[in-house]
Design a protein around this ligand. Structure first.
Ligand SMILES: NC(=O)c1ccc[n+]([C@@H]2O[C@H](COP(=O)([O-])OP(=O)(O)OC[C@H]3O[C@@H](n4cnc5c(N)ncnc54)[C@H](O)[C@@H]3O)[C@@H](O)[C@H]2O)c1
Ligand SMILES: [Zn+2]
Ligand SMILES: [Zn+2]
Length: 376
């Protein structure tokens, strides 16, 4: 079938993206779903910093690539062998297709699926196939999703069913921002009620972590970003202390306000400067969690003795250490109960052809989550 999709042909075009137009809206040919695959009619897709990181080369991927990895939609066709989804089911797409039987999957850590990671790096579905072509030339899939499109063929293992009453524009956020940010707090860190937390980097991922820390009973949540507008929203959502990352007294202010540092800090900016600060404001015996994805060449140095003498923990968090089929329903239930108001992350609704301007706003940090609404 013919579809419209946002395709990246060349990495590293200059800003403003509204002028250089790294994403071209192309008419692609989408093949029918193969064994174990599903055709999804995309209804809403969010822009995440990880899309920008492909565009600017921080996380280079093979081109041409149809971008987009945070989305919700409706199952439109089933490939052979898919018998646990129905046409018409609502699903979100998850950016790591867990194979179900590699060592991490078998150990309950599908975020680390080995065939999934290989397929994502290669730009294929987990089956190894590419279902997209442009004038007969194969187009790579982005993280098994390629969701800035009216339709996508994805592995069944990239789909998580959701209740039909969850609005698509909110459901889409669960695929990346919510799983990553909430999971970092409740799965990776497992914070205790009454603990203190800090979140550095207030995008969709960081705000999800902030809401999760509050929902999990943190007594104080410190919010840190470069932009005052982000700090204002953090304050209104319940952060007890908001500090600009450029404040030269930041570390002292946070340590003073939290009697020596926070129990848990969460680096959600993808910047080494933020990781350094996150470590500096973590108390003795505390945990520093990082989910931001810096350029693979970026290195981070710490005084090694602090790890030992202060019994520090540093943990990486990918997809919030989530088991998506377990965690999406859990987090969605908290959202419906009003205890995890992730709808507050939705900044703008856009059309697919407005996507290059959306990349500019993302690069400048001006939005939290911009959602592309597909007009079917
Ligand atoms: N681990 C995962 O599974 C996973 C999943 C999704 C996204 N990510 C990564 O998480 C990061 C955040 O994603 P997002 O979509 O929320 O990004 P975003 O661009 O929407 O938000 C990032 C925020 O960090 C702020 N920031 C930048 N430098 C900072 C600094 N030095 N100190 C404090 N704040 C700073 C920016 O002002 C912005 O508000 C990205 O690196 C993204 O690639 C990781
Ligand atoms: Zn993402
Ligand atoms: Zn696996």
């Amino acid at each position: 079938m013919k579809i419209r999709a946002a395709v990246l042909h060349e990495i590293g075009r200059s800003q403003p993206y509204l002028e250089s137009r790294p994403l071209a809206i192309e008419e692609l040919e989408l093949a029918a779903p193969g064994p174990g695959e599903v055709l999804v009619r995309i209804k809403a897709a969010g822009l995440c910093h990880s899309d920008l990181s492909v565009v600017n080369g921080d996380r280079a991927r093979p081109t041409p690539m149809a971008l987009g990895h945070e989305a919700a939609g409706v199952v439109a066709a089933l490939g052979p062998g898919v018998d646990d989804l129905a046409i018409g089911s609502h699903v979100i797409l998850v950016f790591m297709p867990s194979c179900g039987h590699c060592t991490p999957c078998a150990g309950g850590r599908p975020a680390l699926c080995e065939p999934g990671a290989l397929a994502n790096g290669a730009g294929t579905l987990v089956s190894g196939a590419r279902r997209l072509t442009l004038n007969g030339v194969p187009v790579n899939h982005h993280l098994g999703c390629s969701a800035f499109a009216d339709h996508a063929v994805v592995s069944r293992r990239s789909c998580v069913p959701i209740d039909g009453d969850l609005p698509f524009e909110h459901a889409a956020l669960f695929g990346c921002a919510v799983l990553t940010g909430v999971g970092a707090v409740v799965n990776t860190a497992r914070i205790e009620p009454g603990s203190t937390a800090a979140v550095l980097g207030l995008g969709g991922v960081g705000f999800s972590a902030l809401l999760a820390a509050l929902a999990a009973g943190a007594r104080d949540v410190v919010a840190i970003d470069l932009l005052e507008s982000k700090l204002d929203l953090a304050r209104s959502l319940g952060a007890s202390l908001c500090v600009n990352a450029r404040d030269p007294d930041l570390v002292a202010k946070v340590r003073d306000a939290t009697q020596g540092g926070v129990d848990y800090s969460f680096e959600m900016a993808g910047a080494i400067a933020a990781l350094e600060t996150a470590y500096a404001i973590t108390r003795r015996g505390g945990m520093t969690v990082t989910a931001g994805l810096p350029n693979p060449r970026a290195l981070w140095a710490i005084p090694a003795v602090s790890l030992i003498a202060e019994e520090r923990t540093i943990k990486g968090s990918y997809i919030g250490s989530c088991v998506p089929t377990r965690d999406v329903p859990r987090f969605a239930a908290l959202f419906k109960q009003g205890r995890l108001p992730v709808d507050r992350l939705l900044s703008e609704r856009l059309r697919l052809d407005e996507i290059n301007g959306a990349l500019d706003r993302l690069a400048q940090g001006l939005s939290i989550r911009q959602i592309i609404m597909m007009d079917h």
